[in-house]
Design a protein around this ligand. Structure first.
Ligand SMILES: Cc1cc2nc3c(=O)[nH]c(=O)nc-3n(C[C@H](O)[C@H](O)[C@H](O)COP(=O)(O)OP(=O)(O)OC[C@H]3O[C@@H](n4cnc5c(N)ncnc54)[C@H](O)[C@@H]3O)c2cc1C
Ligand code: FES
Length: 481
């Protein structure tokens, strides 16, 4: 019997069209979900926040990133342990169980796993704005393409952005993120590109061609490609503070996924940590979903995001406290309150300035790190470039890494934004196609024009840090070749 339903039924911008109602069990309790929802979304909608226990101390663990990148939501599903429930769709009759510290390996080794072989010119790993542009461009130029995404909804970060994008007119400035994703997806649907959704690429082997292994939905894929474009995006950074592991401390992007993709209210009273664009935008998205935002704290002495986003929040009465941070979170099984504190110019906490807020949701919006595991595993040279958010695969301006057949694009090549991700994806798509002899002249024109648009876009003072990072990468790449 379900007694709680935190689904959002009215929203000023979004309409949530849910699939067929299904029923599944969680620790022997009947839960209702809707086809198209993730297990995590259905559980959160039913008011369940504790998904598993930590290995050593048995502490409560819940949702965090919402995009399959952190392991916080691992559960046992139909006897299989370590399922990332934030990206696993609900199915009627499925059995979902909390994992404990005890080994709970499958009781049978016999699973009905199907195998599929895919042979293409270009494999694009990640179907966000960078990957979709790469796939559209390469397909239109005549290459055979497979797009693999571990999410069963393609579009990457765009599918949860209800706000109108800033950026370049050539790259949909003024259009809501969700609508940009829909436009790209309908473009891609017009091509012959092969889609593999809900499947994670987990290995890359190089030989006479590049071989990728992927798994999802009971199916193993062996994808053989001549070129690989990694457009795997980024993962959210965490902050160190006491009780940061309690359910209710969620990544800002994770909160957006729950709220804007699945239409589930993530909490009632929120604190946001970080006043960059992500934190500010999340602030008014929470208000749209009916969540009260108690404050945004920012450790720096000034707001990092655009003024227009900050003003929008402040007009709604949300205080943005600069030179403030989170000190700790209180709660037994989940967040019950949080303490914020002022910091001095050396970022030391000022004793006596603490304030305790009664919140059940703490959203961490303190930056992203590029997802580079797969190109790194393939052997691409990487380097720590703080201006680009962390370790990135070294690449030249045509997005080619130190490996002949491996390219990167978008946040995986350095944290920037959707506009530049699309430009980079287009360049990588055209470059890989041209290198295989497809429509070379047309491809070169696309590269030239897109490169010009990218350079123009990066002339903005907001891009100066990224440009500095990219210059470092290009020059290190020059040293390598
Ligand atoms: C709150 C917020 C607001 C933003 N606002 C703006 C804005 O106004 N304007 C703007 O230009 N940008 C904005 N951005 C930034 C923009 O959304 C990102 O920079 C952009 O989405 C990056 O695109 P990408 O294709 O590189 O990565 P993503 O969009 O993150 O896509 C990566 C994809 O790769 C898939 N993937 C990862 N690993 C694997 C694997 N192993 N196997 C298979 N698939 C995998 C993921 O599932 C995902 O779909 C915003 C971001 C946030 C969080
Ligand atoms: S992997 Fe599911 S919440 Fe991060």
């Amino acid at each position: 019997m379900m007694d709680v339903d935190l689904r959002i039924y009215e929203h000023p911008i979004l309409r949530f069209i849910r699939g067929r109602a299904v029923s599944f069990t969680f620790n022997n309790r009947q839960i209702r979900g809707y086809e198209g929802e993730s297990i995590a979304a259905a559980l959160l909608a039913a008011g369940i926040k504790v998904f598993r226990r930590s290995m050593k101390l048995g502490r409560a663990r819940g949702f965090y990133c919402g995009i399959g990148k952190c392991s916080s939501c691992l559960m046992r599903v139909d006897g299989i342990p370590n399922v990332r429930t934030c990206i696993e769709p609900v199915r009627g009759g499925m059995i979902v169980e909390t994992q404990t510290w005890e080994p709970d390996l499958p009781t049978t080794m016999e699973f009905d796993v199907k195998r599929e072989k895919v042979d293409v010119d270009i494999a694009v790993v990640g179907g966000g704005p960078a990957g979709l542009e790469a796939a559209i461009t390469a397909s239109k130029l005549g290459a055979t393409v497979a797009v693999i995404d571990e999410n069963y909804k393609a579009g990457g970060q765009l599918i949860k952005q209800t706000h109108k994008f800033f950026g370049s007119v050539e790259a949909y400035a003024g259009v809501r993120g969700i609508n940009i994703a829909n436009k790209l997806l309908s473009e891609l649907r017009k091509t012959k590109a092969h889609w593999i959704l809900g499947s994670s690429v987990f290995a890359h082997y190089s030989g006479s061609s590049e071989s990728l292994l992927a798994y999802g939905g009971g199916r193993y894929y062996r994808i053989r490609a001549k070129k690989v474009v990694y457009s795997t995006g980024a993962m959210e950074n965490m902050l160190l503070f006491p009780n940061n592991d309690l359910p209710g401390v969620y990544g800002a992007g994770g909160v957006q996924t729950i709220m804007n993709v699945y239409g589930v209210k993530p909490g009632n009273e929120a604190l946001i940590v970080g006043a960059g664009n992500v934190g500010l935008i999340l602030g008014y998205q929470l208000l749209q979903a009916g969540v009260r935002v108690r404050a945004v704290v920012e450790i720096m002495p000034k707001i990092g995001g655009y003024k227009v986003h900050a003003n929008k929040l402040m007009r709604q009465g949300v205080p943005i406290l600069t030179s403030h941070t989170i000190k700790e979170v209180q709660g037994k099984e989940w967040v019950e309150s949080a303490t914020i504190v002022e910091v001095d110019k050396n970022f030391n906490m000022i004793e006596g300035s603490e304030e305790r807020l009664n919140v059940d949701l703490v959203c961490i919006a303190v930056g992203l790190s590029p997802s580079i595991e797969l190109p790194a595993q393939a052997g691409a040279k990487t380097s720590y470039i703080p201006e680009l958010g962390g370790y990135v695969p070294l690449h030249n301006k045509f997005l080619k890494t130190s490996l002949e057949n491996v390219y990167v694009a978008g946040d995986a090549s350095g944290i920037e934004e959707a506009t530049t991700a699309m430009f980079e994806g287009r360049i990588a798509g055209a470059e890989t196609s041209a290198s295989l002899g497809y429509n070379v002249q047309r491809a070169e024109t696309i590269v030239e024009n897109t490169m010009r648009q990218l350079e123009m876009f990066r002339k903005s003072p907001f891009s100066s840090r990224v440009v500095k990072g990219k210059m470092k990468v290009f020059s290190m790449m020059g040293d390598l070749t």
